[in-house]
Design a protein around this ligand. Structure first.
Ligand code: MN
Length: 232
């Protein structure tokens, strides 16, 4: 069987372009999003903006959740109003020539609590460690474990309720998968996401996701958006 987890240069360029549209959109949304808007308004603007950049479609319905709704890793945007003190998680992707982008950022609105910042910093540390572990020959299981161990050692292991990442191509979720059951080994020019998260029921959640291309020396990170906690 053809190994289509490894992408051609042309396929990778489409993924990089889709992700660059995501970066441009995130930067636009940092200006656009205000306390008092609904999640749906922000999600609609993300989709409108990506299409205005030339995306031919969306990798998946845009996620924009705020406040306690950030506890849902795959929550749909609602009519909930974004309030001061909310975290907002945005997960989005453009499609370019059939290839998907995929990125997630979590930002704070005006104010951040000590616990929100603590959890954010743990997720970011896990995400950076995961990215640093990605290279040709790395086991997907081990990349997941490196992220998971950081979150577990920080005391939040039980709130990391999904896998660390997945391949991306014409489908937004492709092989390989990076989770506690993974058997695959990373090969050069596989695009994979690294997206750990912590979700505290009834409180808040944080997820940070980049889309990286595996190389023999490490990664080419196709996602350029800021990852330090942004307070709007
Ligand atoms: Mn993803």
């Amino acid at each position: 069987m053809e190994n289509n987890m490894v992408k051609t240069p042309e396929q990778l360029l489409n993924i990089m372009k889709a992700e660059a549209m995501g970066d441009a959109c995130f930067s636009h949304i940092l200006d656009f999003m205000k306390v008092g808007m609904t999640e749906r308004q922000v999600a609609d603007e993300i989709e409108r903006f990506l299409l205005s950049l030339g995306a031919e479609g969306l990798s998946f319905p845009t996620i924009c959740v705020s406040g306690s709704r950030t506890e849902f890793p795959h929550g749909e945007p609602s009519d909930k109003v974004i309030e001061k003190g909310d975290l907002v998680t945005i997960d989005m992707g453009a499609i370019v020539n059939g290839y998907c982008g995929d990125m997630t950022r979590t930002v704070a609105m005006r104010h951040v609590t000590d616990q929100q910042r603590e959890v954010y910093d743990i997720v970011l540390r896990a995400q950076m460690a995961g990215l640093a572990a990605v290279k040709t020959g790395a086991k997907c299981f081990d990349v997941d474990k490196i992220c998971r161990d950081i979150i577990t050692e920080a005391g939040y292991g039980q709130y990391y309720v999904h896998g660390t990442g997945h391949g991306v191509g014409m489908e937004v979720h492709e092989s390989p998968t990076l989770n506690t059951k993974s058997k695959e080994t990373l090969e050069e020019f596989m695009p994979v996401t690294i997206e750990p998260g912590i979700y505290l029921p009834g409180n808040f959640g944080v997820r940070i996701e980049d889309l990286a291309i595996v190389t023999d020396f490490g990664i080419i990170n196709t996602t350029r958006s800021e990852k330090e906690l942004i307070i709007l």
